[in-house]
Design a protein. Structure first.
Length: 143
């Protein structure tokens, strides 16, 4: 593995790991009413979710480049193809590719649509992000 790829991956993994526990501990009990009524809280959550998803996209692009794979035209396709890397449990790509829909919804002001995705992210995201970070770390160690 070229050192540049390793450095880029480690930087993004460190970023995700530094946020996973505090985010999910802080927001695992948030309700739709709290999310809708507190603008500051809503923006904080949306910013974190968007940053985390963007980081996952960056990790996927870096892995695709390092393995000299074609990078799909869409982020959803990019995340779906992460399964082809052979680094993660089966179907991780199909699970995280759904996050691109949430990321796109965050750009619009549809509170109900955003809440559904954010609520799902809060419930499922921690385990998925831990699988992703562990898979990338194992890949880096094996190189």
């Amino acid at each position: 593995m070229v050192i540049d790829y390793k450095h880029r991956l480690l930087k993004r993994i460190d970023f995700l790991k530094s946020l996973i526990v505090p985010f999910f501990q802080s927001y695992h009990t948030i309700t739709k009413e709290q999310y809708n009524s507190n603008v500051r809280l809503r923006r904080e959550i949306e910013k974190w979710v968007e940053d985390a998803i963007n980081c996952v996209i960056d990790i996927s692009k870096t892995l695709h480049s390092e393995k000299k794979m074609v990078i799909p035209e869409t982020n959803r396709g990019l995340l779906e193809d992460i399964d082809l890397l052979g680094l993660f449990e089966a179907k991780l790509g199909s699970r995280i590719s759904q996050w691109t829909v949430l990321r796109n919804r965050l750009a619009h002001d549809y509170l109900d649509l955003k809440w559904d995705g954010i609520s799902r992210f809060i419930k499922e995201g921690e385990g998925i992000l831990k699988l992703l970070t562990a898979g990338v770390e194992n890949y880096i160690k094996g190189r």
